[in-house]
Every structure is written in C-alpha cells, then in structure tokens.
Design a binder for this molecule. Structure first.
Ligand SMILES: *[C@@H]1O[C@H](CO)[C@@H](O)[C@H](O)[C@H]1NC(C)=O
Ligand SMILES: *[C@@H]1O[C@H](CO)[C@@H](O)[C@H](O)[C@H]1NC(C)=O
Ligand SMILES: *[C@@H]1O[C@H](CO)[C@@H](O)[C@H](O)[C@H]1NC(C)=O
Length: 350
C-alpha cells in the first residue's frame, strides 16, 4: 500500500475512544476483582497468627471452659461424654438445681400482658440456661462454650474451630494484641443452631472447609437458608435469626449482657429471646454458617421426647437402656462424633 493512500488520522478519535473505554473497563474489572468486597470477603489466613489456630483446637476448643447444661445423667450425657472422649474434649457438667414450681410460674408471667410468655417446659429450660450464665459470671470466666447435653459435632471439630477462629477474628477486626483465639469483640458466638440465613448481601467472611456436608444434604431450616453459601464453604457473619441453643459461646461481657437481657423473660423461649437480642442488636452475636453442632436424635421408634417437651408434661419415659443400643441420627453433621464413638458409623439424617 503506497503511503499516500494511508490515512492514519481518519479513525483516530474513534480508536482513542475505544482504547479509553477498554482501559476503563479493564480498570473497573480489575478493581472489582481485587477490591475487598464490602459483603463477601474470603478469609486471608496469612494475616493471622497460627497461635490462635492452635489454641482454638485445644481440648476446650479455645474457650476457657466447655460447660454442659444437663439436669441429670441419661443417654444424652453418656453419649456426650463418649463423644468428648473420642475428640479429646474436656467438658464439665456443673450441677444444676431444679427450679421450684413457684419460680417457674412467676418467671412465666414476667413482663407485660401483650408480650409472649414461655410455656412451662420452656420456662424450666430458660431458668436452667440462666443458672449456667450466672455460674459463668460468678466464676468470672473469660469465655465459655455452653453445650446442651444432646449436642453432637463432627469428628473434625478441632480443625473446624481452627478455621472458625481465623474467620471470627477477621470478621470482628480483633486487635492484634488480643490473645483470645476468637478475639473478644462479641457477646455470643453461635456454633450450633437450627439454621441461619446467609443471603447474597450478608456481610460475611467465607472460608473453605472440606468437612462441610453438601448443601443438598442439609435438612430442617438450614436447607432453606443458603442463597449466599457455596458447597465446601462456611461463613462467619452477624447472627440475625439463630434459633436453637445446641452450642454457643459467651464472653465475660456477653454473660453479663445476657443476664440483663434474658433475665426478664418476655418471650416464648430462651433461644428466641437471645435471637431477639441479636436481631435488635442488644447483643453482639456472631454465627458460623452452616452450623458445626447439632443435636443427636435417638431412633424415632422409641418416641424420643426433648427435655423441653418432658418439662411440658408431654413425656413418656422411653426405655433408654434399650434405645441407647440402636443408632439414631444427627442432622447436618457429616461425621457425627456420637455415632463414631458409640456405633463406629456415620449417621447424618437425610
Ligand atoms: C484452651 O485455650 C484457651 C484460650 O487460650 C484457654 O483459656 C484454655 O485454658 C485452654 N484450654 C486448656 C485445657 O488448656
Ligand atoms: C448426601 O446425599 C446423597 C444422596 O442424595 C448421598 O448419596 C450422600 O452420601 C450424602 N452425603 C453425606 C455426607 O451424607
Ligand atoms: C468419617 O470419618 C471416617 C474416619 O475418619 C472416615 O473414614 C470417613 O471417610 C468419614 N466420612 C465422611 C462422610 O466424612
């Protein structure tokens, strides 16, 4: 082509425009890709000291104590102690006092007429939980994990908690000099619950955990709440709807706040009262989703009745001796420690 017919300037404005548009698009995409998203952030393990992770996998899972809420020895506590032995956890079961009928009745009536009030079994359970929090407060524990006595967890609980400690520290912007494996900038750390919504717009720290069951295998509320979850991942986020109190930790400050908030009744159950506190931001609640603890349920043919239902007078004393020898199931836990310890098996509900 002769140079005279070459008209380089003819399209130069258009070309330059395309160039700038391309450059801008590239810049925006690069920014979007690398910028720390305000909502979903992926855990940056590098920024965290391995000491916290090690402490979170110690025999009390990085809390000062693991305390079990239990009214009496039963299949629940026997299974729990077997599971604790299997995963090398140190748990203590403080002696619970039985509240009087008069106290239960009075507690049920607390608050104005137009709020919800607990039924008898729920009030009984609520008072037991409050006694536990008072005990934690009296002992002046830095942190404590409270377990209900039918709770279950995965045989990999220690490695799960190590990941969770990183994520909780990052989510709550724990100070570098805070030596708590989970920091201390929370009142309640909810580990075992019935399902917590993670939506696409939920602010959260996400991390890979190879022990998470496939999302399609979740049952109960947990199966409906996972728009913002992906397979093989867990998240740490703020709790807005954490029901069921299978396993949750409190800080010293959290115990004091719970005594004030939940000490006055005014809802249908203890866990619902805590959930209300989380929702209304009276309590600072951090939740792990999906849950790492869930309750074990004995085989259905034995007509299992929960402690709360027993308290409501709906109990039939099942033949514990018999059903303890037959495997039940645990929802949403891939490799149940109870079933591994007692039956050398997995028992995830499907
Ligand atoms: C586990 O770690 C926590 C936090 O550092 C600590 O308070 C607790 O005492 C440790 N547990 C044991 C059994 O040493
Ligand atoms: C999940 O469910 C499928 C059947 O839908 C089953 O084959 C699989 O074993 C389940 N996984 C776990 C971890 O239970
Ligand atoms: C459960 O744990 C056992 C023993 O470690 C292992 O062989 C098995 O693959 C695990 N199963 C699941 C579903 O994780």
């Amino acid at each position: 082509m002769p140079p005279s017919t070459f008209k380089p300037r003819r399209f130069s404005h258009f070309d330059r425009l395309k160039y700038y548009i391309g450059l801008a698009a590239f810049g925006i995409l690069t920014y979007l890709y690398f910028a720390p998203g305000p909502v979903l952030r992926v855990l940056n393990h590098q920024s965290i000291s391995p000491n916290h992770r090690d402490a979170a996998s110690n025999s009390t899972l990085g809390f000062q104590q693991i305390l079990v809420l239990s009214m009496r020895p039963s299949w629940r506590t026997r299974g729990l102690l077997a599971a604790a032995g299997y995963t090398g956890l140190q748990v203590s079961i403080p002696k619970q006092a039985t509240p009087t009928d008069e106290l239960i009745d009075a507690f049920r009536k607390l608050g104005p007429e137009n709020v919800k009030h607990p039924l008898r079994g729920e009030a009984f359970n609520w008072l037991a939980h409050l006694d536990m929090i008072k005990y934690i407060n009296a002992q002046d524990y830095d942190t404590a994990l409270i377990l209900e006595d039918d709770v279950d967890w995965d045989i990999n609980i220690k490695s799960q908690m190590a990941l969770i400690s990183d994520a909780v520290r990052e989510f709550t912007y724990a100070n570098a000099d805070d030596d708590g494996p989970y920091g201390r900038k929370w009142d309640i750390l909810w580990l075992g619950h019935c399902g917590e919504p993670t939506r696409l717009d939920t602010r959260r720290i996400e991390f890979s955990d190879p022990t998470v069951p496939p999302l399609k295998n979740y049952t109960g509320w947990a199966s409906k709440y996972h728009d913002g979850l992906s397979d093989g991942k867990r998240v740490v986020q703020r709790a807005v709807n954490p029901v069921c109190s299978f396993g949750f930790a409190v800080t010293r400050r959290g115990a004091q706040k719970i005594l004030k908030w939940a000490g006055k009744g005014e809802n249908e159950a203890y866990d619902i009262r805590l959930m209300q506190g989380c929702k209304e931001k009276r309590l600072s609640c951090v939740v792990v989703n999906p849950e790492v603890m869930h309750h074990y349920v004995p085989p259905r043919e034995f007509g299992h009745i929960s402690n709360v239902a027993e308290g409501n007078g709906r109990a039939s004393e099942a033949e514990e001796e018999e059903f303890e020898r037959v495997m039940g199931n645990t929802a949403n836990i891939a490799n149940s420690t109870r079933c591994r310890a007692l039956f050398d098996s997995t028992c995830m509900r499907n």
